[in-house]
Write a protein that binds this ligand. Sequence first.
Ligand code: ZN
Length: 62
Amino acid sequence: MSDENRSPSGGAMAMYVHYCIAPGCKEWGSRGFDRGRGVTDWYCFEHRAHGESSEHKISSKA
Ligand SMILES: [Zn+2]
C-alpha cells in the first residue's frame, strides 16, 4: 500500500540525488553549475539556460 519504504537514513543520498532547483520544477537536474564553496546548482535540460546565464566563471580563473 505504502511506497514509503525508503530508509530514514537517506541523508547520504542527498549527495547524489539532485533535482532541478528551478521553482516548481520536479525534473531531474542533469546539468550542474559550480557556484563555489562546494555549492552546486542543478538544473534540468529545460532550465539549464537559467544556470548558464548566472554561472560564475570561476573555472576560467585558473
Ligand atoms: Zn527544471
